[in-house]
Design a protein around this ligand. Structure first.
Ligand code: SF4
Ligand code: SF4
Length: 537
C-alpha cells in the first residue's frame, strides 16, 4: 500500500470517538506503529522473552506470568522513582497539556493528548496501588491490567517521542515523557520492544556505535573525511583515534560520519578543531554519542553512557567535547550525574583557546560543541566569511533534547547569526522551549511508521512552511542526528524546497582557515556563491 498523500493527512478529525476512553482496543494498521525487536537483539542485550512476534499478531507470546511481572515492576519503580509516584498521583486533569502534543495535533486521536496518554498507566496504578481504585474500580478511574491494556500501552507509548513539550505547559510540572519511559521500561520486562531502539543499542555494545560500524570502518570513515576536507580546503587535518594523553575526547553521533547531511557537519568539526589547534582524539570503543538506552530503560541508558566515561578514563583526557546530538545531551544533562557520575577523575573543562572555564559542566565534564564554538566566536578567535553561505536563507529548529533538556537556546542562534547573512525565526510558540518535535525521535523514525511520523511532524513542518512562504527560507539548521535523518523526509513531504543542515556545516563553510587554498565549493561540493564586486567610488 502506498503512503498517504499530504492532502489526505490534513483531513484530521478532532471529534471525540464514540467509544469510552477506558476501552483499550487499538488497531495496529500499517503506517502507525513500529515493528517488534528481533530476538537476536534481545539475546545480545540479555533482555527477557526473545521471540518472533509482531504487534498486529493476536498472540503476543507473553510469558505466562506477564501480569505479575508488570505489576511487580511497577511496584519496584514506584518505590525507586519519586517522580513516577508523584506523576501518578497529582494530575488534576486541567487539560493545559491536551493540545500541546504534536501527535494529537497531527492525528486528532484523543489518546495522544498527554493527559490521556498518562491516564492509560494511571488507570492501572489506581486499580492495583490505591484504595479507591481497589474498592470502586471503574468509578474511581481504575482499570484491570489485561492483554488489551498492554497492547494499548505499546501502541501509545510508541506514539510518544518523549519530547517533553507537554511538560512546559503543565502547571504541576508533570513530565509525560517520564511516564512514557516507565511504560516502555515495563513493556521491556515482558519482551515488548521495538527493533529500531534495540538494534542500535545492541550494535553499540557490539561495535561501539548504533550503526554497527566496526572499528576499522570507523577509521576508514574518519580517514575519508580527512582526505575530502583536504581536497576542499587544501589543508590536511590530523584526526587521531584512541590517542592516549590527548587533552580532549571528542564524541559525536555515529550518523555524523556515516549519514547525509550529517557528514557535512562532521567536516565542519574537523575544520574548526584543526583551525583552533585543539588537542583531541576520537575513540573507536565509544564511537557513538547517541544513547538509545534513553528510549528503552534506565539500566540500558546507564550502560551506554558508561562507555563514554570509561573511555575518557582509559585515554587519560582532561574533559569531553560532544557533537551535535539530541539524546546524548538529554542523558548527559538530566541523568548522567546519578547514573555514572560525578566524573571526578576528569577536570572542569577549560577552553585552551580562550581560557573560558565551563563551570556549568563541572559535574559531567562535557561541553557541547555549540558552547565551545560560540565562545570562540565571542572571543574573536575565528575568521568567518558568512557570504559563503549566501545560497541559504536559514531558520533554526530547536531539537527537543538540547533545547528543553539542557537549555541550549542561544548558542546555536549566536553561531548562525555569525556564519550566515540571512536568518529568520519561526513563530515564537514553535521554537525555543516550545519547539515542536520532528515527530520521529525516541526510535520512531522507521519506514513502517511513516504515516504517524508525518502526522507527528506536521506542526514542525507547518512552522517551517510559514518562514518558507514568507521569507523564502530554504534551509532548516538543527543540532541533532535524528533530526538530520528525519527532517529531510518530513520537509520533502510537507514543504518541498527546504533542505536540512547541521550548524557546524555552516561553520565549516564560513570558516576561513589559515593557509587554505581558494575555496570554490562549500562542504557539499556545491559552487560557492559569487563574491559581490567591490563597490566603486
Ligand atoms: S512528551 Fe512529547 S510526544 Fe510525549 S506526550 Fe508529551 S508532547 Fe506528546
Ligand atoms: S497540564 Fe498537567 S495537571 Fe493538567 S491535565 Fe496535563 S498533566 Fe494533568
Amino acid at each position: 500500500m502506498a503512503n498517504p498523500k499530504p492532502e489526505e493527512l490534513t483531513q484530521i478529525d478532532y471529534r471525540p470517538p464514540h467509544k469510552d476512553w477506558m476501552d483499550p482496543a487499538v488497531d495496529f494498521r500499517k503506517g502507525v506503529f513500529c515493528y517488534s525487536a528481533l530476538p537476536k537483539n534481545l539475546q545480545y542485550l540479555d533482555l527477557p522473552n526473545p521471540r518472533v512476534w509482531q504487534p498486529f499478531d493476536k498472540d503476543w507470546k507473553l510469558p505466562p506470568d506477564w501480569k505479575r511481572i508488570i505489576l511487580d515492576g511497577m511496584r519496584e519503580r514506584l518505590k525507586k522513582f519519586r517522580s513516577f509516584r508523584l506523576f501518578m498521583d497529582i494530575c488534576v486533569r486541567c487539560g493545559a497539556c491536551a493540545d500541546k502534543c504534536h501527535f494529537y495535533v497531527g492525528s486528532g486521536d484523543p489518546k495522544n493528548m498527554p493527559v490521556l496518554r498518562a491516564e492509560l498507566m494511571r488507570s492501572v496504578y489506581r486499580r492495583y496501588f490505591t484504595l479507591a481504585g481497589r474498592l470502586f474500580g471503574k468509578l474511581a478511574g481504575a482499570r484491570d491490567l489485561t492483554e488489551n491494556v498492554l497492547k494499548e500501552w505499546f501502541y501509545y507509548f510508541y506514539q510518544c517521542t518523549e519530547c517533553r513539550r507537554c511538560s512546559v505547559f503543565c502547571p504541576y510540572g508533570i513530565d509525560t515523557a517520564e511516564i512514557t519511559m516507565m511504560g516502555r521500561e515495563l513493556l521491556n520486562l515482558v519482551g515488548c520492544n521495538i527493533n529500531w531502539v534495540l538494534e542500535p543499542a545492541a550494535n553499540c555494545f557490539r561495535t561501539g556505535n548504533h550503526l554497527g560500524v566496526q572499528p576499522h570502518g570507523f577509521k576508514d570513515s574518519v580517514d575519508f573525511a580527512v582526505d575530502e576536507l583536504e581536497e576542499l580546503t587544501g589543508i590536511r587535518v590530523d584526526a587521531s583515534i584512541n590517542r592516549k594523553g590527548a587533552e580532549v575526547l571528542l564524541i559525536v553521533p555515529s550518523a555524523d560520519y556515516f549519514g547525509t547531511p550529517h557528514y557535512y557537519t562532521f567536516l565542519g568539526y574537523l575544520a574548526l578543531l584543526h583551525e583552533v589547534g585543539l588537542d583531541y582524539t576520537f575513540s573507536a570503543y565509544a564511537s557513538e554519542g547517541g544513547n538509545f538506552g534513553l528510549f528503552n530503560s534506565h539500566e540500558m541508558m546507564k550502560r551506554l553512557n558508561a562507555k563514554i566515561y570509561a573511555e575518557a578514563k582509559r585515554l587519560g583526557v582532561k574533559w569531553i567535547l560532544g557533537g551535535e546530538c539530541g539524546h546524548m545531551w538529554r542523558v548527559i544533562h538530566q541523568y548522567m550525574d546519578t547514573l555514572n557520575g560525578p566524573a571526578d577523575f576528569l577536570e572542569v573543562p577549560v577552553s585552551p583557546v580562550t581560557g573560558t572555564r565551563f563551570e556549568h559542566a563541572r559535574s559531567t565534564k562535557m561541553v557541547h560543541i555549540c558552547e565551545f564554538t560560540a565562545d570562540l566566536i565571542h572571543n574573536g578567535k575565528l575568521n568567518l566569511d558568512p557570504g559563503r553561505n549566501d545560497r541559504w536563507k536559514v531558520t533554526f529548529h530547536d531539537s527537543c533534547n538540547p533545547a528543553r533538556a539542557m537549555g541550549l537556546l542561544e548558542e546555536p542562534r549566536y553561531i548562525l547569526r555569525h556564519v550566515c547573512r540571512e536568518f529568520h525565526e519561526m513563530p515564537e510558540n514553535t521554537i525555543r522551549e516550545q519547539t515542536f518535535c520532528c515527530g520521529s525521535g525516541s526510535g520512531l523514525g522507521t519506514d513502517e511508521n511513516f504515516e504517524m511520523r508525518m502526522r507527528g511532524g506536521l506542526p514542525r513542518a507547518n512552522a517551517v512552511k510559514y518562514v518558507h512562504d514568507r521569507f523564502g527560507v530554504n534551509l532548516l539548521a538543527c543540532i541533532c542526528a535524528i533530526d538530520k535523518a528525519t527532517l529531510p523526509t518530513l520537509l520533502e513531504y510537507w514543504v518541498p524546497g527546504v533542505e536540512v543542515a547541521g550548524v557546524h556545516e555552516l561553520v565549516g563553510n564560513a570558516l576561513v582557515m589559515k593557509g587554505e587554498k581558494e575555496r570554490t565549493t562549500d562542504l557539499r561540493g556545491e559552487p560557492l556563491p559569487a563574491k559581490e564586486a567591490p563597490a566603486h567610488a
